[in-house]
Unconditional design. Sequence first.
Length: 77
Amino acid sequence: MKFIIIATLAASLLTTALADSEQVDQSEVSAPPGCYYDGTAPFCAGSCPDNYRETDKDNCGDGACCWTGYKALCCHT
């Protein structure tokens, strides 16, 4: 019985954390023209391909926030 209560509580906390990380005001966070954020939440590993330069690192970038790693702001060179 205790296991069911603990499992239910853990699932509830995880669901709340996921919902909170996805609530980002897109009007405040956007990449400049010719740039984009690379990395997918929640386990981000942002990196830029050839012909792009990493100009910044951010935990949330232009969307949901990373639990691990970061999103890379990649701008065309």
